[in-house]
Write a protein that binds this ligand. Structure first.
Ligand code: F0G
Length: 428
């Protein structure tokens, strides 16, 4: 399969050789993409192959990324792939949440069901597979938490050393625990993700570290397969909107790349509109899109309880802007209170997720109220991370969430009976 690396910037598109080591264009400094020629590929034939593979027990076919390997541009042989059976995540309908959000027909694609509990695993299987092909021995990332636990897992699987750079005291404890448990080195530095990212980005070239943040074009190749799996689960019926939380804006760029390819192959009849939801305290991209300015103005001190998306200077903003323009997408920002309410709405339907993921639902509600998403629209929200990623959040809001549902009694049979009777009487 022939592929190359190309600058993603309009007006540049400079080609780079496949082993080009940097993640930035040599000519203009823009971010890169992996490209393969789609000519000669039959969408219909691939569709049938992908379905057949669902019955296969080969490790490659058990992966929701590599099952679509015809479109994972740089794939060359099964033996070189580092996989933990990522993907294959559920698409759940959420009618109660859809009604709450404004009367949309809502389904959620739950990425929390991935091996390390977030969508990052889709990209990491690709990035670490590429790292091995390049014969690097150390991989690195800056992270708000999920990238670090994902990288730690796949690096361990590949026998690579993993260095994680996180803002001190700003990452959910469970995410850090995962990375530690999976053998990564943890380096705490800086006030926020942006600071850590800038430092590690500069140092990686000098120190020979292979950076696996979402500026890495191979990560995007893995992450884009979310679009394929989602559409397959819907029998290739494109939704009206796909809604994602926006942090460093890799995910929206990746999903749009996937949609573009699948549309070129004629597998969908229309492009869904991409919607990015940011936290009001970290909404540089939404401000850019609303103002129509040419350049992003970073938020110097991003602040939100949804720590996964606590990012003030998203690296992929140009790709994300192209994605929204191309798909006539939307952008909205939501407060921490709105995220809290949205998380409660999902919980009422038995769906748990981390706060950043619930931002999607809060955003849909806002956009419905403003008439920007019409009633009964067919909407897919991507829930990016597992509920247990941030139990501290639940603990912090315990009083509001429990509302008298957590009781302590004497360890006696009488006390136990008494309390159960009171509960049953109070809530028939
Ligand atoms: N949701 C969750 C749960 C995340 O962890 C992230 C990003 C996002 C949404 C935003 O995705 O960056 O592609 O726009 N987390 C990164 C990390 C930054 O380091 O784990 P994005």
């Amino acid at each position: 399969m022939s592929w190359h690396i190309q600058c993603a910037e309009d007006g540049c598109h400079a080609r780079h050789r496949p082993d080009y080591p940097s993640h930035q264009c040599q000519k203009c400094g823009g971010l890169l993409e992996v490209r393969r020629d789609l000519n000669g590929l039959s969408g219909g034939a691939m569709r049938a192959t992908w379905v057949e593979r669902r019955l296969s027990n080969l490790p490659l076919d058990r992966s929701g990324v590599w099952r679509f390997r015809e479109l994972v541009s740089f794939f060359h042989d099964a033996a070189s792939v580092i996989t933990l059976a990522e993907g294959r995540t559920p698409l759940l309908d959420a009618p109660g949440t859809g009604a709450w959000a404004g009367g949309v027909d809502l389904t959620v694609k739950h990425q929390g069901a991935n091996p390390t509990g977030s969508f990052k695993d889709l990209g990491m299987t690709a990035a670490i597979t590429r790292a091995l092909a390049l014969r690097v021995s150390v991989v690195a990332c800056a992270s708000t938490g999920n990238t670090s636990s994902s990288m730690a897992a796949y690096a361990a699987r590949a026998g690579l050393r993993a260095l994680v750079f996180v803002p001190a005291g700003k990452v959910a404890a469970a995410k850090l625990a995962q990375a530690i448990d999976l053998g990564a080195f943890i380096i705490e530095l800086g006030e926020n993700f942006d600071q850590a990212f800038e430092l590690v980005r500069k140092a990686s070239a000098e120190l020979g570290l292979y950076l696996v943040n979402s500026v890495n074009p191979f990560r995007i190749e893995g992450q884009k397969t979310l679009a394929f799996e989602l559409l397959e689960q819907r029998d290739w019926r494109a939704p009206d909107f796909i809604v994602v939380p926006g942090g460093n804006l890799g995910n929206v760029s990746a999903i749009t790349k996937g949609l573009r390819e699948i549309s070129t192959l004629g597998l969908i009849q229309k492009m869904p509109r991409l919607v990015v939801i940011q936290s009001a305290g970290a909404d540089a991209f939404c401000r850019l899109m609303t103002s129509g300015a040419d350049e992003l103005v970073p938020v110097a001190q991003p602040e939100t309880e949804a720590t996964a998306i606590r990012i003030g200077n998203p690296a992929n903003w140009r790709k994300a802007r192209r994605a929204l323009i191309e798909t006539q997408g939307l952008c909205e920002s939501v407060s921490d209170e709105e995220i809290f309410e949205a998380k409660r709405a999902l919980a009422l339907e038995g769906i748990g997720c981390e706060p950043a993921s619930a931002a999607t639902i809060a955003g849909i509600r806002r956009l419905c109220a403003a008439g920007r998403i019409p009633p009964r629209a067919d909407v897919v929200a991507v829930l990016t991370g597992h509920q247990l990623k941030d139990p501290d959040y639940v603990a912090r809001h315990a009083a509001e969430i429990e509302s008298g549902r957590r009781l302590q009694v004497e360890p006696t049979a009488d006390a136990l009976c008494g309390v159960v009777e009171r509960i049953l009487k109070a809530s028939p």
